[in-house]
Design a protein around this ligand. Structure first.
Ligand code: NAD
Length: 490
């Protein structure tokens, strides 16, 4: 074992089963002589109910920023719209950009239909639909903005490749929906292909998330490291966790450049809280990822191997216990003791855990400098009474001298010109205006630069005509390339 030095980490025991599994994990960490010291903080349900809408009181923030590592028990988010998710707040506030969730099967000791599964999901953790920017714009229509940035995308994709290299992985699969979301998911897959060229030793593939999820669910052995956007990663990592046998087994890391947070992937399981039946393995696996992150890979290996020995010996908590397969159904504390008793042993059937690690290079963003030109505007209009043709007539009458109406869509589908009567329309219309001289019909030819003053003039003209704009989106060309999608049917 390497040299042990004292290290201070922040610990939150969490809610529900959190206190039981946290106590079990700290007992194992201490027994394995990890040399850790703990700053305990109180975040979660009690903090929410005492008036902190983020679930994190100010003194907890101070500890979180003081120590670079945070071991977190699961948190109960109270029901009600006044409470913000503590996890999302901490991840975004502290810049924890990568959510790493390894899931493997422990066949034949834990029942699973997929004995050869060993998948790591690397999920983007700060952007996408989790930006939480939502609006109700008209009576009919609600929207949630999907925000994807170049630095956010480069950072997560580079991290996934570096993780694969550092951990002896062979393949990285990128899951996206870039056939539909060509701008946002298109950036993700294009960045994956571009950065992937720097990692020729790794197999690489891009898959569409729908078929990708189906294949992960049915043939997880085909996958190694998966990198994907926030929402897809959230879903697919629960699929992989469930496939491995129990949601109680998998840990996860939320990695940032300065601070990182480690937690089980499951929640606070209020249905079994206080009963000494919860499986502490998810948080223990998270703690082992934490040790690797702290340069204590030897301690992580020692604990993981002892844990595998306990599984092999059939000492199973209720969630993985099977009659005839397990030798004893043990509680949370007894399971922790079983792991401690096995420290120093290596498993005989299950693959011993290598001291995975490797440093993750810090990321520096160099912002590109494309020529950015305004070439039009999408004005979203609230109107519950007019037909598309009537709306187009009113818009043209108001704006003809300023900008040219190119098309109107409803929920993304073109309804003017040449719309279909069959298309269902809400009260929310996207009206695309382009340069007055632009040719309509040829998508490429019809976008040319306009002055910004025209946008304000247009909005004034629409207002004077009694047309209510509920939102606008500027249309830009970047080095002459469209930075926006075409309307369906445009
Ligand atoms: P959950 O993961 O807490 O529980 C789902 C099911 O799995 C339950 O039947 C539970 O008993 C079981 N389970 C979970 N962990 C287990 C373990 N270690 N051992 C044995 N069985 C286990 O999900 P939920 O019930 O949907 O959510 C409960 C609460 O947890 C909610 O308030 C939710 O917001 C919160 N939550 C928190 C986190 C987090 O802190 N990272 C993650 C997910 C959910």
């Amino acid at each position: 074992m390497g040299e042990s030095k004292s290290r201070r980490i922040t610990v939150a025991q969490g809610d529900g089963i959190g206190p039981e599994i946290t106590a079990a994990v700290l007992k194992i960490l201490d027994a394995a002589e990890c040399g850790l010291e703990y700053d305990h903080i109180d975040v979660g349900e009690r903090a929410y109910l005492s008036g902190h809408s983020s679930g994190v009181p100010p003194e907890a923030w101070a500890a979180l920023r003081r120590n670079s590592v945070f071991l977190k028990g699961p948190i109960t988010t109270p029901q009600g719209s006044g409470y913000k998710s503590l996890n999302v707040t901490i991840r975004k506030t502290l810049g924890l950009f990568a959510n790493v969730r390894p899931c493997r099967s422990y066949h034949p000791f834990v029942r699973t239909a997929h004995p050869n599964m060993d998948v790591v999901v690397v999920r983007e953790n700060e952007e996408d639909l989790y930006a939480g920017i939502e609006h109700r714009q008209t009576v009919d229509v609600f929207q949630c903005l999907k925000v994807v940035s170049i630095p956010g995308t480069e950072k997560i994709i580079r991290y996934a490749f570096e993780y694969a290299l550092a951990n002896g992985r062979r393949k990285v699969t990128c899951l996206v929906k870039d056939n539909i979301m060509k701008v946002t998911d298109g950036l993700f897959s294009e960045t994956f292909r571009r950065i992937g060229k720097e990692y020729p030793g790794l197999q690489q593939e891009v898959q569409i998330i729908d078929i990708g999820t189906a294949r992960v669910a049915t043939q997880p052995g085909r996958y190694d490291v998966i990198v994907t956007l926030n929402l897809y990663g959230d879903i697919i990592s629960d699929v992989t966790a469930e496939l491995s046998g129990s949601v109680g087994m998998a840990g996860s890391a939320n990695v940032g450049e300065r601070i990182s947070m480690f937690e089980a992937i499951h929640g606070s399981a209020p249905d079994i809280a206080g009963l000494d039946v919860a499986n502490p393995s998810g948080l223990l696996n998270a703690a082992c990822m934490m040790l690797v992150h702290m340069g204590l890979g030897d301690r992580a290996q020692r604990i993981e191997n002892a844990w595998l020995c306990a599984l092999e010996d059939g000492l199973h908590t209720a969630d993985v216990f099977r009659d005839g397969q397990s030798s004893a159904r043990v509680g949370t504390e007894a399971f922790a003791n079983a792991v401690i008793e096995r420290l120093g042993r290596t498993p005989s059937t299950l693959k011993p855990v290598p001291a995975a690690g490797g440093s993750i290079p810090s990321y520096t963003y160099t912002r590109p400098t494309p020529r950015r030109e305004l070439c039009g505007i999408d004005v979203f209009v609230c109107d519950a009474t007019r037909t598309p043709a009537q709306l187009a007539e009113a818009l043209n009458a108001a704006a003809a001298d300023i900008l040219r109406l190119k098309l109107i869509t409803n929920r993304g589908v073109k309804v003017w010109p040449d719309g279909f009567d069959e298309t269902f329309c809400t009260d929310h219309w996207r009206c695309r205006f382009v340069a007055p001289g632009a040719t309509v019909g040829d998508a490429k030819a019809s976008y040319e630069p306009i002055e910004r003053t025209r946008v304000l003039a247009l909005l004034g003209a629409l207002e004077r005509a009694g047309i209510e704009a509920v939102k606008t989106e500027n249309l830009y060309l970047f080095d002459g390339v469209r930075g926006f999608s075409l309307g369906q049917g445009e």
